[in-house]
Write a protein that binds this ligand. Structure first.
Ligand code: AMP
Ligand code: MG
Length: 408
């Protein structure tokens, strides 16, 4: 259990990597180990619960990489060879008759006794249907040897691997019909704010539509979580307490808004009363305030309410936390170094994640980087990282984190 945190002093901002390290530690301490067995096709987005070892050699037998002819090198004298059998993929061939060749197609087992496959383009079929091989051949050519991809007992996918189409395909190639995965993380999503109403209703004075709810709910679904949509929480302590209390059976309460030590910080008050609260002022822009705590033992992450801040802090902090709770080790998104296609003359004291795009190999940024502007992220295909204290001129190298890296 971590001690009750205090708001950081002005100017003492917590670096992003320190916040991430703390969150991952806490995720590690509350790892989910319960598992379920799923049909392979349903394992998409889930996390493998135990190492997957190969129970097969792949390929299980040597097979042809080409349409052509299988022969024994020693039989090749320059004279044409008789075709003694025809082998299609899916057939089990007889051993190669000495002194002959076999017509063979891609993926078909190479017959015992043959040690090379010549592609059909280099074979001259004679009038008498014998085949003359004109090019120099080498032993093993065009044969995919048994076990070239894997051999029995080899580790193929480690526990903690996230499963996607490639991993599912690989498991299928080994004959796995089902996989043991970590059960879904149950995440309750709460949007806080008296000003929020749901799309579909008429907008009254002072009201805005709730964009974070659907943003987080659909994102969490893509991450393989079970989403409990807990709706909008008004800025009111009684209701906050009561609603948090209803969310007992979840692994995480994920809220947005109301974390900015303002007067309407009812979530913070409720956590201080009946759990614990760490309020971080992060050196991140957008998204300075972030809370982590517990309410009656249930972990709570409170993201800032401005939609672009919600997006950035979810992508960089909450997403890795959720993955680590399922045992995923590799939780940080890939990033690439690209030249900046813009100037950044004013150094900031927070690390900026600008919504940007790659154009002609350079990162360019959306014209309005306000934390309230979600459109910036819809325009973007990545986050351009500008480190604290850094200025840039065009051509300087920056980190670019593709949004596709964090959205799934
Ligand atoms: P707060 O953190 O509650 O002070 O909110 C910061 C800003 O984000 C305010 O302008 C809120 O109106 C806005 N905001 C908070 N939650 C949402 C939400 N779910 N959808 C859209 N905007 C929000
Ligand atoms: Mg609010």
């Amino acid at each position: 259990m971590n001690p009750v945190g205090k708001p950081g002093k002005t100017g003492s901002l917590m670096p992003v990597e320190a916040a991430l390290a703390r969150l991952l530690e806490m995720a590690e301490a509350s790892r989910i180990f319960e598992r379920e067995r799923l049909p392979l096709a349903q394992a998409q987005g889930r996390v493998l619960a135990e190492d997957l070892l190969s129970t097969l050699d792949l390929p299980p037998w040597p097979n042809s990489a080409m349409d052509g002819y299988a022969l024994r090198m020693a039989d090749w004298t320059g004279e044409p060879l008789t075709v003694s059998q025809k082998i299609f993929a899916g057939q089990a061939p007889a051993p190669l008759e000495p002194g002959t060749c076999a017509r063979i197609f891609t993926g078909a087992p190479v017959p015992a006794g043959a040690d090379c496959v010549e592609m059909q383009e280099n074979a001259d079929v004679q009038a008498d249907e014998r085949v003359r091989f004109t090019e120099v051949m080498t032993p093993g050519q065009n044969i995919r040897p048994q076990g070239q991809e894997t051999t029995v007992g080899e580790l193929i996918l480690s526990a903690g691997t996230r499963l996607g189409p490639i991993e599912q395909g690989l498991a299928a190639s080994l004959g796995c019909a089902e996989l043991d995965v970590i059960r879904k993380v149950r995440v309750a999503v709460l949007s806080t704010g008296d000003e929020l109403i749901e799309p579909g209703q008429a907008l009254g004075p002072g009201q805005i539509y709730n964009s974070n709810r659907v943003l987080l709910c659909s994102w969490l679904q893509r991450l393989g979580c079970e989403v409990i949509d807990a709706g909008i929480l008004p800025d009111n302590l009684e209701t906050t307490r009561a609603r948090l209390g209803e969310l007992k059976d979840v692994d995480l309460i994920l809220s947005t808004g109301g974390v900015s030590v303002g007067e309407a910080d009812f979530l913070g008050i409720a956590l201080r009363e009946e759990g614990e609260l760490t309020l971080w002022k992060l050196a991140i822009k957008p998204g300075k305030p972030l809370t982590f705590g517990h309410f009656r033992g249930v972990p709570v992450i409170g993201l800032p309410g401005n939609p672009a801040s919600t997006l950035v802090t979810f992508a960089l902090l909450a997403r890795p936390y959720l993955l680590r709770r399922q045992g995923v080790q590799d939780v940080e998104p890939l990033n690439v170094q690209v030249p900046a296609g813009f100037d950044w003359p004013q150094a900031g004291n927070r690390r900026e994640y600008l919504r940007g795009r790659l154009e002609n190999g350079r990162a360019i940024i959306y014209r309005n980087q306000s934390s309230g502007v979600l459109r910036s992220a819809a325009w973007a295909d990545g986050l351009v990282e500008v480190l604290e204290g850094r200025t840039l001129v065009q051509g300087d190298s920056v980190n670019f984190i593709p949004l596709s890296e964090v959205l799934g």
